[in-house]
Design a protein around this ligand. Sequence first.
Ligand code: EPS
Length: 383
Amino acid sequence: MLRYWTAGESHGKALVALVDGFPAGVNVDTAIIDAELRRRQGGYGRGGRQRIETDRVDVLSGVWHGTTIGSPIALQVVNRDYKLETLDDLPRPRPGHGDLTGAVKYLGSIRGVLERASARETTVRVAAGALARQLLSAFGIDVLGYVVELGGVAIAPLAGTLAGTLEEQRARRDESEIYALDPARDAEIKELIDRTGKEGDTLGGVVEVRVEGLPFGLGTHAQWDQKLDGRIAQAVMAVQAIKGVEIGLGFEAARRPGSQVHDPIHYDAAQRDTPNLGFARPTNNAGGLEAGMTNGQPLVVRAAKKPISTLRKPLDSINLQTKQPEAASYERSDVCAVSAASVIVENVVAFEVARALTDKFGHDSLNEMQARYKLFLEMARER
Ligand code: EPS
């Protein structure tokens, strides 16, 4: 099974991802991983930490002469701001963080919890996802993440209304400092972030990920923990500060009658050689998943990110020693990390799709996977 774990503290020596079950024969371009790491550090509204770090991946194992060899791949990103041994504990837990709950649960310090709970850990989740994308691209599968809403302001477009190819949308997104698909809205959103920061407050938002080029049948209906929608929801909900996940129409589907939710099935022989095998769907309200399996349509996932919990104008808290009311502690933080969240969610979704791809076509070697993929398409077309 393709999977990964991470290790590392925000101000520890380094962050590490251990990727296990990755097929042999995939050429690894670390520049692709570094580009995603750079994007994760960016976006308007980030704090001082990103001026200290220049995140770069170091591939410690599993790659020989630039190609994977089927053994575990260890990815490391060194923290320039390594200072954990000199840092004190926080006296007053910050509402919204794991400070209070973690200190109680582990009968220990706030520092011991916040260092691992910090979204800095997503650095190596992005690295693992950016590695997985290099497997996906060998199958013509492409992934794009972007911001659709920030601080309650819709930037759009929403699922299914996107104009242009994924490449054209990527170019538009990369012009935007917000990582939205409409760079013309940047000034207004930046102003909102600036104003909020001056008020000592923070902002959340909604990000969307679109995956194109998917074949039929990734995931399965047969067992609950292998349904791809469930796996994606778990991976996305497990990103720091994510409070909600939607696939396709998501919550909106609950408000409409069935006739305005389910996607009719048409057949168009001209599309027979594409991943949808000719089964064209005029709408994609299902977001590419039916019964936990990909249905040949683009996968569309949205995630809601709450505002960052560290507030410069702190909320009420208590001093853990004295139990007296005091304002919450403040540690350097960001005003808005929604743009960064779009990069993180994009890459964690990519990893789950790669995992489902290896579940279906094997994970020993890229060559074998591609042969099995081709055979599957031929058999599915003829069925
Ligand atoms: C982050 C690094 C952290 C924070 C931020 C995310 O660095 P530091 O604590 O040294 O400033 O900027 O973490 C949070 C705000 C959080 O709530 O987790 C990063 O690299 O993404």
